[in-house]
Design a protein around this ligand. Structure first.
Ligand code: NAD
Length: 509
């Protein structure tokens, strides 16, 4: 693998750390509406970033390990680690990480030199990730992979021995939160535990995994079924103390996913939510802050939404006005079955609904008031025949020059779990990296961690959570540059500004 060494007095590589002194350029903007004036002041802030160079042995625990994503992810890690190849009617295939921004995308260093994104700073190698997890279904990981019908059969056969050894831990199940149609697979669950005992059990499981596997650190990621939204209630889940007290009182309106996240926060383990539900109730966000533990969510951004957050960015930034966006989906996997229940569909509808907001709000020429915002409609139907090969059909109607109409119709065969699996890897690898990064400015004595709501992961999430009072960014290109430019800052190189002045305005001696 290529090794990048930065030649600058602002950057030091020593045995334990990379230290980077970095001038962050931003702008302070004040608006005087009375005089119709905007004043912009360029601001330079000197940051020092410290990145631990030693990559730990990483353990990943998946909630919903036996699902389509969980089993495909596990098979993907093993197949890559064992460098497996398999025969199909299209010829010999070999394991890869296509679709992973950390493993399969490149960044421009300068002068047309592109390097793999994961060579900028030390990152976990996917081959070294140790996987464990929970599922309400007792199927072992081979049986889960077979049930998922995602990977080619000749690959499944080669993985049979290894995957059969992997058994999900018993999990927390509450039939009130996922669809009733899931109850038939719930044969691997804790019964008669109070909410507080459930939290303790998850904490014990994390410690047990850590001890038995010898990993240095653990990250937990929810890839279990979509739950319904929980009610936000004063005295129940509005503050950290109220939430902890509610658990002690064994209150019902605390979802299994929140219980997992609370257990992780109390164990000091980062928790990522790959589903749409509101796991991170206000009390949980406060608890994570109190314990200085990373949380990130919500809902993997894999197919339809990813395209939407590119397409609307392109249209609106080109001065074209999308007026209606209609998205139909049909899918036939267990996720689709779960989402065929109204309360669980509602969670998904909410997370899919706000994904163009920032782009629309950015252009007051096209959208002067909220009444001008585009119609946005999302439909999901369960059709067993299409299995994991989700179909997403979108129609974008835009207003163009002089009352013209431009209509784009897109048919997307999503191959759901094959799109989601690389995102799981990226979420975990970037989250782990962020645990090794600290920073300070001239105003700080001690190094700090990034905010506990880890918004750098927004690129991978449909409804990104951000720290309080922070603008949400949905635009995919902007989210991608956020990752790239922060990684560059860690080694003291400037963000790409695409000006290419060295070619357009060549300095003469
Ligand atoms: P799946 O139904 O195949 O897998 C979910 C697994 O979770 C099942 O094995 C189920 O038994 C298990 N489960 C349910 N409740 C549990 C609990 N309380 N504890 C432990 N296990 C539990 O679904 P999937 O296709 O793997 O998708 C997983 C999640 O990811 C869904 O919420 C889905 O909406 C979300 N998601 C998927 C994609 C994608 O696949 N492209 C994109 C965005 C979001």
């Amino acid at each position: 693998m290529v090794k990048i060494q930065v030649n600058s007095s602002n950057v030091q590589y020593n045995e334990d750390h990379i230290l980077s002194n970095y001038d962050y350029q931003s702008t302070k903007v004040t608006q005087d509406t009375k005089n119709d004036t905007i004043t912009v002041t360029p601001v330079t802030t000197r940051y020092t970033f410290k990145t631990e160079s030693k990559v730990p042995k990483l353990g990943l625990m998946l909630v919903g390990w036996g699902g389509n994503n969980g089993s495909t992810f596990t098979a993907g890690v093993l197949a890559n680690k064992l460098k497996l190849t398999w025969q199909t009617k299209e010829g010999l295939q070999k394991a890869d990480w296509i679709g992973s921004v950390t493993q399969a995308s490149t960044v421009l260093l300068g002068e047309n030199v592109w390097v793999p994104l994961n060579t900028l700073v030390p990152m976990v190698n996917p081959d070294d990730v140790v996987i464990d997890g929970w599922d309400i279904s007792s199927a072992n990981l081979y049986e889960s992979m077979e049930r998922a019908q995602v990977l080619d059969y000749s690959l499944q056969v080669q993985l049979k021995e290894e995957m059969s050894k992997l058994q999900p831990r018993k999990s927390i199940f509450d039939a009130d939160f996922i669809a009733a149609n899931q109850s038939s697979r719930a044969d691997n669950i804790y019964e008669n535990l109070t909410r507080s005992q459930m939290v303790e059990q998850v904490r014990r499981d994390i410690r047990d995994f850590k001890e038995k596997s010898g990993v240095d650190k653990v990250i937990v990621l929810w890839t279990a079924n979509t739950e319904r939204f929980v009610d936000i209630q004063v005295g129940l889940n509005d503050t950290a103390d109220n939430l902890l007290a509610a658990i002690e009182r064994n209150e019902h309106e605390i979802s299994p996913s929140s219980l997992f996240a609370i257990a992780c926060v109390l164990e000091g383990v980062s928790y990522i939510n790959g589903s749409p539900q509101n796991t991170f109730v206000p009390g949980l966000v406060e608890l994570a802050k109190r314990h200085n533990v990373f949380i990130a969510g919500d809902d993997f951004k894999s197919g339809q939404t990813k395209l939407k957050s590119v397409l609307v960015d392109f249209l609106v930034s080109a001065g074209i006005k999308p007026e209606s966006i209609v998205s139909y989906n049909h899918l036939g996997n267990n996720d689709g079955k779960n989402l065929s229940a109204p309360a669980q569909f509602k969670s998904k509808e909410i997370s899919k609904s706000n994904v163009v907001d920032d782009m629309v709000e950015s252009n007051k020429i096209l959208y002067p008031t909220i009444e001008d915002y585009p119609d946005h409609c999302v439909v999901i139907k369960y059709v067993p025949r299409v299995a994991d090969s989700k179909r997403a059909m979108d129609e974008y109607m835009s207003r163009i020059f002089m009352n013209g109409t431009n209509t784009l119709v897109i048919h997307n065969t999503c191959e759901d779990s094959l799109l989601a699996t690389p995102l799981i890897l990226d979420l975990v690898i970037l989250c782990e990296l962020m645990e090794r990064v600290t920073w300070k400015t001239e105003q700080h004595v001690d190094y700090q961690r990034f905010d506990t709501v880890l918004s750098i992961l927004s690129y991978l999430l449909k409804a990104p959570m951000v720290p309080e009072k922070t603008p949400v960014v949905n635009s995919l290109p902007r989210q991608r540059y956020c990752i790239e430019n922060i990684l560059k800052a860690l080694i003291g190189i400037p963000p790409d500004n695409f000006m290419m002045l060295e070619h357009k305005a060549i300095p003469r001696k």
